[in-house]
Design a protein around this ligand. Structure first.
Ligand code: KIV
Length: 341
């Protein structure tokens, strides 16, 4: 808290120079500063006005009604905020963070502390979505106890409502440990990016009958262990649909066709927040051009700053003619004083 106040003071003129709204005195100091003085304030934190907090019960209700469940990744406060306001039922702080937000080579590099920091930011923004944090590689595979310790950190420090972890049959005891301790788990089967080295890269899974049977067995095992839902990644649509029909918990597809109970995408992919020419997987649909819009805006700002078209008078603070004349007089007097010394 003291940090954001000091940022406000450092980057702006002293607070005493600003006009105080009548309601100023009644409100807590930090919110006064943010409302009135800081351009760095969070952009409000309310989700869709009509919506109550999404819970496991609401997710189950959607599933029972056959209504597709919407899931989107978010990696910071603004991306969490927009996903929440847009009505995403689940916001996932995925470890894709490593690549899309931290510029790392793959997800194996991201640290537990980094994931926790980003979970906290997203959770502050996504007030009505059900927020899930992705357990990073190395933080849960050693033992169910290690996984529980990590998952507790995600809930207590990351402020998430559930965790996601990758793996099938072999992870069932771990999932059971977490769900028994009261931590909702979103499973992740099919292509599991944290194991890309063992899988021989980002390969579609379940393309043979034996491969499809393995994905089904994984799905049944993690359902039995207590997952409230599971991500099914890069699996042929027919296989994912058949698996979905054989389960009693939702499947959340990514590259797995529209027969799943819901869909998940990485936000920067689907909003088009990347430069032209970047590789995007086949299943991604680009719904926007955020990168193009940002580039245009920043280039305009650059040009207008260089030409002094920005800032225009409406972007500046007024001072009365009298006060300014007085200021000029003070300056002349000061200069004269200095010369006479
Ligand atoms: O890390 C991530 O963003 C994910 C989703 C793509 C499911 O695991």
């Amino acid at each position: 808290m003291s940090r954001s106040i000091s940022i406000v003071n450092r980057s702006r003129a002293p607070l005493s120079q600003y006009t105080r709204p009548a309601s100023f005195a009644a409100r807590p100091l930090l919110s006064q500063c943010q409302d009135r003085f800081s351009s760095h304030s969070p952009m409000g934190s309310s989700g869709p006005a009509h919506r109550k907090k999404v819970t496991l019960n609401s997710i189950r209700t959607l599933y029972k009604k056959g209504e597709p469940i919407t899931v989107l990744t978010a990696h910071d406060f603004p991306s969490g905020h927009v996903a929440d306001v847009a009505g995403m039922e689940i916001v996932l702080v995925g470890d894709s963070l490593a690549m899309v937000a931290m510029g790392m080579e793959d997800t194996s590099e991201v640290l537990l502390e980094e994931m926790l920091l980003h979970c906290r930011s997203v959770s502050r923004a996504a007030k009505t979505s059900f927020v899930v944090g992705d357990l990073p590689m190395g933080s849960y595979e050693i033992s169910p106890e290690q996984a529980l310790e990590t998952a507790i950190k995600f809930v207590k420090e990351g402020r998430v409502q559930g965790v996601k972890l990758e793996g099938g049959i072999e992870m069932a005891p771990t999932i059971k440990k977490l769900t028994t301790a009261g931590i909702p788990v979103l499973g992740h089967i099919g292509l599991t990016p944290q194991r890309q080295n063992a899988l021989g890269g980002f390969r579609v899974q379940g393309k043979t009958s034996a491969g499809a049977l393995k994905v089904l067995k994984d799905a049944l095992a993690i359902q039995e262990a207590g997952c409230f839902a599971m991500v099914v990644e890069a699996v042929p649509a027919e296989v994912a649909a058949l698996i979905t029909r054989n389960l009693s918990v939702p499947t959340i597809g990514i590259g797995a066709g529209n027969g799943c109970s819901g869909q998940v995408l990485v936000q920067i992919d689907m909003t088009g927040n990347f430069p032209p020419g970047r590789f995007i997987p086949k299943f991604v649909k680009k719904y926007g051009d955020v990168w193009g819009e940002s580039l245009k805006a920043i280039e305009s700002y650059r040009d207008e700053t260089k030409s002094r078209a920005y800032p225009a008078p409406e972007h500046t603070y007024p001072i009365s003619k009298e006060e300014f004349a007085e200021f000029e007089c003070l300056l002349v007097e000061r200069t004269l004083d200095e010369k006479s010394v």
